[in-house]
Design a protein around this ligand. Structure first.
Ligand SMILES: *Cc1c(COP(=O)(O)O)cnc(C)c1O
Length: 417
C-alpha cells in the first residue's frame, strides 16, 4: 500500500503495509529480496525505477526505510549495517572539527566509545551529563560550540527517564540539534520526533529486528535543516558516500520483524511489569529498576512520554557483585548474553559485558547490577527460571558473608598473637 493511502492509519496497519507493497510484477504479497549489487540500465543513465547501484539505493532497503520512517513520524529513514554504523554516519554527516556534544551519561557504552575514541581525535569534544537534571544539561551546553545533544531514554542499564521535550528546548535554544537513541522504547512506545527531537537513531538489532538474528541500524530524520542543509539530504549523502549500508537480506529481516513490533512490545511490557513487581518482594533484591513501578523516580514522566514502559528490567542485589554474578550465571531460559530486544529472554552482567568500555570512568555501571531483557515466553516459566537465579544469588551472598566472617576471625586471631 502506498504511504499516502496510509495517512491516519494506526501503528500496526502502518507497520505491516508502509513500504511493503506487493510486488507489481508477480503479485507476490511479500516484496522480493532484491539481492543485487547493480541494476541494468535501459540506456546510458536511463534507470528503470531510479536504482543504479545498491550502495545508493536498493528496493528492499528502501522499503524498510519507508516503513521505519512512517512509524517514527519522520521525514526519511536510512538503514545501516549496525546501530553504531548509523551513529557514526549521523555524527560525521553533521559535525565538523571543533564541535562539542552533550552526551547523556547513562547510555550505551559503544556510543560513548565511538564519540570519545573515534571522534575525539578528529577534534570533537563531549561532556557527559546526568540525563535527569535539566540544570546540568543546560550548564553543559556551550552556545556556538555545542552542535548536538545526544540522549537515550529509558537509559541503559539504569532505566532512568529523561524529558525529551526539555532536552529539545535546551538544544534548540543553543542552535544545536537533539538526537534520541530510541532503541529501548522503539517507535511503538515513544516517538521522539513528535516531542521535538531532530533525529532518531536505532540499533535495529534489538526490538525492531526482534529475533536476535540480524545486525542493523537506522537514522530517521525530521524535515529540519542544519547549517544550511536538510537533515535528510545530509544523512542520505553520508549513507551513499560513506557506504556503511545495510544489505538486502538484513533489511528484509528487519522489515519482517518490524511488522510485529506492536504485538511483541505489548507482551514484552506486560511480562516485564509482572516480573518487576514480583522481583520487588524477593529476598536478596536490593532494588528493581523499572519505569513501570510507581516508586521509580521517572514513572510519571514515562507515563506521559511513552505509551508503555518497555521490556528491560535491571536489578541490584543486597549480596553485591558475587550475588549478581551468580544470578547471571545460573538462569537457563534467561541466556547470559549481551544485546536485548529479542523474543527470547536474556540476562546481562553489564559492568563486565556491555559496559566494559566505561569501567573505571564516571560512567561505570554498578557491579551489583544485572539487566534482564524480558522476552515473550510464558510468565510462570520465566518466574521459575528467575527463582533458580535468585537461589544462586542468595547462596553466593552467604558464601561471601561466611568468608568475610572467617577473614575477620583470622585477622582478630592474628592481632591477638
Ligand atoms: C546495541 C545498541 C547500540 C549499538 O547497536 P549495534 O547494532 O550493536 O551496532 C546503540 N544503542 C543502543 C541503545 C543499543 O542497545
Amino acid at each position: 500500500m502506498a504511504s499516502e493511502s496510509l495517512r491516519g492509519a494506526g501503528f500496526n496497519t502502518t507497520a505491516v503495509h508502509a513500504g511493503q507493497e506487493p510486488d507489481p510484477l508477480t503479485g507476490a504479497v511479500i516484496p522480493p529480496i532484491y539481492q543485487t549489487s547493480t541494476f541494468k540500465q535501459d540506456g546510458i543513465n536511463v534507470l528503470r525505477a531510479g536504482h543504479e547501484y545498491s550502495r545508493g539505493s536498493n528496493p528492499t532497503r528502501n522499503g524498510f526505510e519507508v516503513q521505519l520512517a512512517a512509524l517514527e513520524h519522520g521525514d526519511a529513514g536510512f538503514a545501516f549495517a549496525s546501530g553504531l554504523a548509523a551513529e557514526d554516519a549521523l555524527l560525521r554527516a553533521l559535525l565538523r572539527p571543533g564541535d562539542h556534544i552533550v552526551l547523556g551519561g547513562d547510555g550505551y557504552g559503544g556510543t560513548n566509545r565511538l564519540i570519545s575514541q573515534l571522534l575525539g581525535p578528529w577534534g570533537v569534544s563531549h561532556t557527559a551529563v546526568d540525563i535527569t537534571s535539566s540544570a546540568s544539561i543546560r550548564a553543559a551546553v556551550r552556545p556556538g560550540e555545542t552542535a548536538l545533544l545526544w540522549l537515550e531514554t529509558p537509559s541503559n542499564p539504569l532505566l532512568q527517564i529523561a524529558d525529551i521535550a526539555a532536552w529539545a528546548a535546551a538544544a534548540h535554544d543553543a542552535g544545536a540539534l537533539l538526537v534520541v537513541d530510541n532503541t529501548f522504547a522503539s517507535p511503538y512506545l515513544q516517538r521522539p520526533l513528535d516531542l521535538g527531537a531532530d533525529l532518531v537513531v536505532h540499533s535495529t538489532t534489538k526490538y525492531i529486528g526482534g529475533h536476535s538474528d540480524v545486525l542493523g541500524g537506522a537514522v530517521v530524520t525530521s524535515a529540519r535543516s542544519f547549517r544550511g542543509r536538510g537533515l535528510s539530504e545530509a544523512i542520505g549523502y553520508q549513507q551513499f558516500a560513506g557506504g556503511a549500508v545495510a544489505g538486502p537480506q538484513d533489511c528484509y529481516l528487519a522489515a519482517r520483524g518490524l511488522k510485529t513490533l506492536g504485538l511483541r512490545m505489548e507482551r514484552h511490557c506486560s511480562n516485564a511489569q509482572a516480573i518487576a513487581e514480583w522481583l520487588l518482594g524477593q529476598p536478596g533484591i536490593e532494588s528493581v529498576l523499572y519505569p513501570g513501578l510507581p516508586e521509580h523516580p521517572g514513572h510519571a514522566l514515562a507515563a506521559r512520554q511513552m505509551s508503555g514502559f518497555g521490556g528491560i528490567v535491571s536489578l541490584r542485589f543486597t549480596g553485591g557483585d558475587a550475588a549478581a554474578r551468580a544470578f547471571a550465571e545460573s538462569t537457563r531460559l534467561f541466556a547470559l548474553s549481551v544485546s536485548l530486544g529479542g523474543v527470547e529472554s536474556l540476562v546481562c552482567y553489564c559492568s563486565e559485558m556491555t559496559h566494559a568500555s566505561v569501567r573505571g570512568t564516571a560512567l561505570a555501571v554498578p557491579t551489583d547490577l544485572v539487566r534482564l531483557s524480558v522476552g515473550v515466553e510464558d510468565l510462570p516459566d520465566l518466574r521459575a527460571d528467575l527463582n533458580i537465579g535468585l537461589a544462586a544469588a542468595r547462596a553466593a551472598a552467604l558464601n561471601t558473608a561466611a568468608s568475610a566472617v572467617a577473614a575477620a576471625g583470622a585477622r582478630s586471631w592474628l592481632s591477638s598473637v
